[in-house]
Design a protein around this ligand. Structure first.
Ligand code: NI
Ligand code: MN
Length: 223
């Protein structure tokens, strides 16, 4: 199973059978390593309605026929009805072919009227547990997410200004009990400029391994 960073908060997880695509903001994202025309997807998971997360979801869902997993308000943003939709809401879990998906709370604005921002905890069938916080502030209930399952990887924003910065992302990793963190949502624009090496050093001091990926780089996920 592999994780590929596409830039900003967009990434893919390939289980070997299914291709999951998260927050597909590619067009207009100068850091993107793939185009909306080429990125593969069997499932598209969307954390909230902001343009740097919803992004190209409409076009990619139409091209690929991927099943879209999101809150109902975000599903309502599609102008072309996806071939398959899976509405969820905070605290809910569902068994999908690749594993169990739990929609987790996030402290962030929704980007769509009536909605909320969310994250995802995915307990893959191969035993790897992966958490994507979405855009969020630090919140102490992250400890509860870490109690649901031992988190092998947490993809966390470190850009500051709109989300957690590096220090809070390290605190988040500790609350989660995450073994490894993948920093995202930084350096796309000057306002979220961060030094990922400084983040990695802070994480290491806290006993958490950081995997810094440049857009286009792939990481093999293991327990
Ligand atoms: Ni946002
Ligand atoms: Mn964002």
């Amino acid at each position: 199973m592999t994780f590929t960073f596409y830039g900003h908060a967009c990434f893919g997880i390939d289980t070997g059978s299914e291709k999951l695509l998260f927050d597909p903001f590619l067009t207009g994202n100068g850091a993107a390593s793939v185009t909306a025309e080429d990125v593969p997807a069997d499932y598209i998971l969307i954390s909230h309605g902001h343009g740097d997360h919803f992004g190209d979801a409409d076009a990619i869902a139409t091209r690929t026929g991927a099943e879209v997993v999101a809150i109902p308000e975000v599903l309502g943003m599609f102008t072309r009805t996806p071939a398959a939709e899976h509405p969820m809401n905070l605290g809910g879990s569902v068994e999908l072919p690749f594993g169990r998906v739990t929609m987790t709370p996030a402290l962030h604005s929704a980007g769509v009227a009536g909605g909320v921002a969310c994250g995802f905890l995915i307990q893959f069938k191969n035993g790897v547990n992966f958490y994507y916080s979405g855009d969020t502030a630090l919140f102490s209930d992250m400890a509860l997410i870490g109690k649901k399952a031992p988190i092998h990887y947490a993809a966390l924003p470190i850009g500051d200004n709109y989300t957690m910065g590096p220090e809070d992302a390290v605190a988040a990793a500790r609350l989660l009990g995450a073994k490894r963190v993948i920093p995202i949502h930084y350096n796309t624009w000057p306002i979220i400029a961060q030094d990922p090496e400084r983040f990695a050093a802070l994480a290491e001091e806290a006993g958490v391994a950081a995997h810094i990926l440049a857009p286009g780089e792939t990481l093999s996920l293991e327990k």
